[in-house]
Design a protein around this ligand. Sequence first.
Ligand code: FES
Length: 162
Amino acid sequence: MNQLSKETIDEIRQLADVYKNANERMMEVLLKMQRLTNNCFDRETLGIVSDAMGIPESKLYDYITFYSRFSTEGRGKYIIRMCKSAPCHVCGAREVAQSICDYLEVEPGDTTDDGLFTVEFCECIGLCESSPSVMINDEIYSNLTPNKIKGILDCYQKGVRV
Ligand code: FES
């Protein structure tokens, strides 16, 4: 469960003002809020966001549970998203996915014990031309190999900018 600090709640309110002035930016605003809330809109967080944005909690819940980029359950600091669709598989995505899971010692859907990474498989993420690709939060890494992705994950673990 999130225990949001006063500073985080203030940041959520500032982001809510962006939405109030431009409703079409709802997705962008919620993604930024999610970064502030341990990548999770739990019950408490939903209530705070609902109040700040002026959106009924039930409507917000429907929106968040519709899109795979949002979660109502605790996840890691970094969300690794990898396409599991056939076009990517034939380009080597399966080997890259296996490399990620082996390196982090997790199964798809799991979060590492240190809370740093959650590995998620999803449908097409629009990066077919440069497959195998993954998204780590909002960053895109393309033309991956099993070794290349291990190097990238190592940098994240060390806090080094890739
Ligand atoms: S089919 Fe995999 S990114 Fe599009």
